[in-house]
Design a protein around this ligand. Sequence first.
Ligand SMILES: Cc1cc2nc3c(=O)[nH]c(=O)nc-3n(C[C@H](O)[C@H](O)[C@H](O)COP(=O)(O)OP(=O)(O)OC[C@H]3O[C@@H](n4cnc5c(N)ncnc54)[C@H](O)[C@@H]3O)c2cc1C
Length: 379
Amino acid sequence: MNFDLTAEQAMIRTLIRDFAEAEVAPGAIERDRTGAFPVEVFEKLAKLGLMGLPFPEQYDGGGADTICFAIVVEELSRVCASTGITYSAHVSLGGSPIYLFGTEEQKRDYLAPLCRGEYLGAFGLTEPDAGSDAGGTRTAAVQSDNGWIISGSKCFITNASYAKHLALTAVTDRSKGTSGISAFIVPTDAPGFSIIDNYEKMGLHASNTTELVLDQVEVPKDNLLGTDGNGFKQFLAVLDGGRIGIGAMAVGIAQGAFEKALRYAKQRKQFGRTLSSFQAIQFKLADMATQIEAARTMVYRAGWLKDQGRPFKKEAAMAKLLASEICMKVCDQAVQIHGGYGYMREYEVERFMRDAKLLEIGEGTSEIQRMVIAAQLGC
Ligand SMILES: Cc1cc2nc3c(=O)[nH]c(=O)nc-3n(C[C@H](O)[C@H](O)[C@H](O)COP(=O)(O)OP(=O)(O)OC[C@H]3O[C@@H](n4cnc5c(N)ncnc54)[C@H](O)[C@@H]3O)c2cc1C
């Protein structure tokens, strides 16, 4: 057993840590306040060749492994979770469905531009009445002479305003239940397609979260992704990989909050001593560091299993569940260690706490992760 990063993983860590400190951290407080989307950060990530990191070089990807991808998500989220979720969704929800289920032509036409960072990737599963129960999809596609006509709506979709196309699910045969759900690649500029960007969120203010409305949107028959009736299964498989991204975000946010708390505890004096000299504060910091290490190990292990081509559904769900719950606890303690200052925007840990909450909800809530794990245990 070898717990060391490979030379490539260590190199990516150094590269992205330096980039995150220099290019992402400085504007994070302001972007949280204004909701400005970090377009220029993604242009620079594209220049660094990171936008298609875990996809093969033949599609203009980086040919790197899932742990490299997780490291990039972690380091971006350590300073700005909005940037972290945008990157994670672009790769694991935008690129992966096409990589896993697309034809060669679809990969060339739709995956390669994502890998080059020409625009962002997105994924449309959730609907107003179909969240945890994604099999309850109402959006429907009917066959036309030229292809498919899709009508319906999706909610809470990350990155869609910055995407030129996205994969989404629609019912093609209602009598077959989840086996009557298919996946389609839909251009976002197709007539009848609208993207509404006006949610007011608790956190992740600089990430793009949208509502999609499809009114008789026609796509060619070549835009079916995978096989007719397999869309639900395909999207669940995509979410298995996406959970490694969410787990990595949780590790990164928790690490960022912990580092701020440690630094503050060493500087702040009360009763004539630094906070870090009080055993009550030391124990909090020790617990935070221990929990983060456990979460990181689980996230990397799930990524490693995926790269070995071994089953990783259970491990990805466990990693996402543990990391997201730990992240909330670590952020809560980071605010506590900062006292009143922790409640103020300037000290950033309150932003980390607001951003962290999404991780217990997105890509399957904690309750859904427990259901996935229990099913894998044979319950
Ligand atoms: C910022 C943000 C970004 C997102 N990005 C995307 C995206 O890019 N693409 C996409 O498709 N979706 C996206 N989502 C949607 C997200 O995946 C869903 O919000 C999530 O799956 C939960 O669905 P819901 O909100 O409908 O909650 P519900 O399913 O209504 O759940 C409400 C509560 O009930 C619980 N619950 C539901 N069913 C059960 C059960 N059987 N047993 C026990 N408890 C249960 C849930 O755990 C939760 O606590 C995003 C959401 C947010 C907030």
